[in-house]
Design a protein around this ligand. Structure first.
Ligand code: FMN
Length: 221
């Protein structure tokens, strides 16, 4: 698979087959991702890979928290409190697009809740990577983390795996740190639910769009 195919062919996967992912492939993905660039070569990433019993425990604890309305206490604020256009519209389109793919009506409160809760069981993915970053680092390191995530997404795709990056799980960082024994010194940023895509899963029929280049770039000189 060439780079262009990998970039354009990758998409978020929210339904997985039961096929497990070998430790060898998970390691190979990280072997590749470690070549991501970072300012002054900080390499701020810290990853916990979870499978099997640990993953079941984590999914149970997160789902329980989300279902019972445990207050969220994310280490960082991903989204603004109030949305303005055009972001409000894009967010709405993204959410409705997913519901539509899953055959859930916009007015179906229970269905929407179920769709959202699926995040906390990692859409039944057989492997999950949890991303942490030392809280002493500056804002620049967040850019480094983003690059690292994208390299993982592309490498996983090249290995035939599907991934869903998830900021939703970052709403309960203390649970995540507790289950994988990570110190509070490390911010929990997001999870990457990973496995072989279930092509029959309705959520996996979602195809998102992108703005044309003219809409976000200007050329000077
Ligand atoms: C950092 C990050 C966090 C995300 N969090 C979630 C999430 O919690 N749940 C989810 O279903 N999708 C999540 N997504 C997936 C986005 O919705 C998806 O990337 C976007 O709609 C574009 O679709 P595509 O990945 O299929 O190209 C996240 C993506 C990123 C990059």
């Amino acid at each position: 698979m060439d780079l262009f195919q990998a970039i354009e062919g990758r998409r978020s996967v929210r339904g997985f087959s039961e096929r497990s992912v070998s430790r060898q492939i998970l390691t190979a993905i990280l072997q590749c991702a470690r070549w991501s660039p970072s300012g002054v070569n900080l390499q701020p990433w810290r990853i916990e890979v979870v499978q099997g019993e640990t993953l079941r425990t984590l999914a149970e604890r997160l789902t329980e928290a989300a279902e019972s309305g445990v207050p969220k206490n994310p280490d960082y604020q991903y989204h603004p409190n109030t949305w303005k256009e055009p972001y409000r519209g894009r967010r709405r389109d993204c959410g409705y697009g997913l519901l539509h793919a899953m055959g859930i009506d916009q007015g179906d409160g229970d269905g929407r809740k179920r769709a959202w809760l699926a995040n906390y069981s990692f859409f039944n993915a057989p492997a999950v990577m949890l991303l942490f970053m030392d809280r002493s680092l500056g804002q620049g390191a967040w850019m480094d983390m983003g690059m690292f995530v994208q390299t993982i997404l592309l490498t996983a795709h090249a290995y035939g795996l599907g991934v869903c990056p998830q900021a939703s799980t970052a709403e309960y960082p203390d649970i995540v740190r507790q289950v994988v024994h990570v110190d509070r010194q490390y911010l929990f940023l997001c999870s990457l639910a990973m496995g072989y895509a279930d092509h029959a899963a309705p959520a996996n029929t979602l195809r998102t769009t992108r703005l044309e280049v003219e809409a976000f770039a200007r050329f000077h000189g």
